[in-house]
Design a binder for this molecule. Structure first.
Ligand code: FAD
Ligand code: SF4
Length: 487
């Protein structure tokens, strides 16, 4: 469908069809369908082709968004997808789960000027799915095998993006992961209603078919030390994410009845793979028929409340200490949760977990109010003296964020330097940003460097690390046959 100019003047912003709430509540399928071709092209044609594309600057991958929107609007779908894939190893995944309202779409000039931003994420997802269905996503075929190997610890988005790029350059790649499936949080954290698992599987299958070796059920720290892997490979990338759950420091919080968010989500995802996880079978991590209370206001909390709805909870309440405007999770996810019947208690700070050592019966919380802005203009919260309430619960889930594990201890690698918050230190190299750690030849990417962040940033780091690892290996290769471009 060719157009002569930007369509935003006569074409309103339309999202792909969203499943009705009743249908969503009983299903772990993605809640949005994919555009049909005419609708996708029409939405892409809304791009105004601004001289300064703020959407591109706001995208962590600096995707050439106006470029692929323009191609898609002209029906040049394969070219559009190739352009999207040139800067992103996982475009159809980012199109699904990026918080676009805070990134590309939030910065879209149309959004800023009252015309409603372009549906960039949905177009990216549509093109990405079309590419798989049309056979445009080819197996990885390196021009030459270099004979150098890279070991990647962690098969999440950072590790997968690095594996994709490095394998394409001809390196032998082994990806180690302590889980039995690759994908990291894409597989075991994020629920299917945001990202269906076959979308992740077709990506990891393509990597395996292209020669990437996945070494699963392999925990670095237990099955090998970092030094063992450093001996085995010419370079190593640490992309282990952050997994130490922050816990509530309040009376009763040690009760076995309190569930950790990731345990709950992993159990639910395993169930989706057709397994019978113990936590679900015993009822401990099954929300069916229960009054569920989730503590926290981030993406993880939103995933827990919406999972509980789908498991048939009697009621689902989310307690968060700040207000709606200051919650860290995506606004879009809060709206979905509210549509699905979740109750939000904003400005509510848990003070005590009620029940006994084995069972939880509820949570007592203080009512908070916004405090005066600090020097940066940010408003904190303070307790409203004497105003407390109780939320009854049969299942209480803590979703208060994650911190890094102690990798130097876990990996038996004292030379691995960390920052005060436990993330890996990546010192400047020759005055420039680098992803090499304090150990030469050992690089790091994703949440373990940034702290809990986003998939798109993990992809960016993985891709950047691949460039840096390639440059480092090429500079340090001892034999000419290992160099790219050598005969
Ligand atoms: C519930 C939840 C929902 C989220 N929703 C969104 C969202 O909607 N959109 C978004 O952009 N971001 C979301 N995020 C954040 C996003 O998932 C992460 O930022 C991203 O996955 C980080 O990628 P990573 O590759 O650094 O780490 P991860 O995805 O965590 O992968 C790390 C991998 O390393 C493996 N590993 C760890 N230690 C070892 C070891 N010692 N040996 C071997 N393997 C090891 C782990 O098993 C894991 O597979 C969410 C996070 C959570 C927890
Ligand atoms: S990767 Fe994320 S931020 Fe970038 S264009 Fe795609 S959806 Fe937007």
């Amino acid at each position: 469908m060719a157009r002569s100019g930007p369509g935003f003047v006569d074409t309103p912003r339309v999202n792909p069809v969203k499943l009705a709430v009743a249908e969503r509540k009983g299903s772990f399928h993605e809640i949005y369908r994919v555009f049909a071709k005419p609708a996708g092209s029409a939405q892409a044609s809304r791009c105004a082709g601004c001289g300064v594309p703020f959407c591109q600057s706001a995208c962590p991958l600096q995707n050439d968004i106006p470029g692929w929107l323009s191609l898609a609007s002209e029906g040049r779908y394969e070219e559009a997808w190739r352009l999207a894939a040139s800067t992103s190893a996982l475009p159809e995944i980012c199109g699904r789960i990026c918080p676009q309202d805070r990134l590309c779409e939030g910065a879209c000039v149309l959004e800023q000027s009252g015309w409603e931003g372009v549906t960039i994420g949905s177009v990216e997802k549509w093109l990405g799915d079309m590419a798989f269905e049309s056979g445009w996503v080819e197996p990885i075929r390196p021009e030459a095998e270099l004979g150098l190997s890279v070991g990647i610890i962690g098969a999440g988005p950072a590790g997968l993006a690095a594996a994709d790029r490095l394998r394409g350059l001809g390196y032998r790649i082994a990806v180690y992961d302590r889980h039995d499936r690759p994908g990291g949080l894409l597989t075991y954290g994020i629920p299917g209603f945001k990202l269906e698992k076959h979308v992740v599987e077709r990506r990891t299958r393509r990597l395996a078919e292209g020669g990437v070796e996945f070494v699963l059920d392999f925990e670095v720290g237990t099955d090998a030390t970092l030094d063992d892997l450093r001996q085995r490979h010419d370079a190593v990338l640490i992309a282990t994410g952050v997994y130490q759950a922050r816990r509530l420091a309040a009376p009763g919080s040690g009760s076995r009845g309190v569930a950790a968010a990731l345990d709950y989500l992993i159990t639910s995802n395993r169930l989706g793979f057709g397994e019978a996880p113990e936590g679900f079978a015993s009822g401990r991590l099954n929300a069916e028929g229960k009054r569920v209370v989730v503590l926290g206001g981030g993406d993880t909390a939103m995933d827990c409340v919406r999972t509980a709805v789908r498991q048939g909870a009697a009621s689902v309440t989310c307690l968060y200490r700040r207000d709606r405007a200051n919650m860290p999770g995506s606004r879009r996810e809060v709206e979905h949760a509210e549509e699905e019947g979740v109750t939000f208690q904003w400005l509510a700070q848990p003070k005590a977990i009620l029940g006994d050592a084995e069972t939880v019966t509820g949570v007592r919380a203080a009512r908070m109010q916004l405090a005066a802005p600090d020097l940066n203009g940010r408003r904190g919260v303070e307790e409203l003296p004497g105003v407390e309430f109780t939320a009854d619960a049969d299942l209480l889930i803590e979703a208060l964020g994650f911190e890094p594990e102690d990798l130097p201890v876990l990996f038996k690698a004292e030379a691995l330097q960390t920052r005060a918050d436990g993330t890996l230190q990546t010192p400047l190299q020759k005055g420039r940003r680098s992803l090499m750690t304090s150990i030469p030849g050992v690089f790091a990417a994703g949440d373990i460097v940034r702290g809990a962040s986003l998939v798109v940033w993990a992809v960016r780091d993985g891709q950047d690390a691949a460039v840096e690892i390639d440059a480092w290996l090429q500079a340090n290769a001892s034999e000419p046959r290992l160099l790219r471009g050598a005969a």
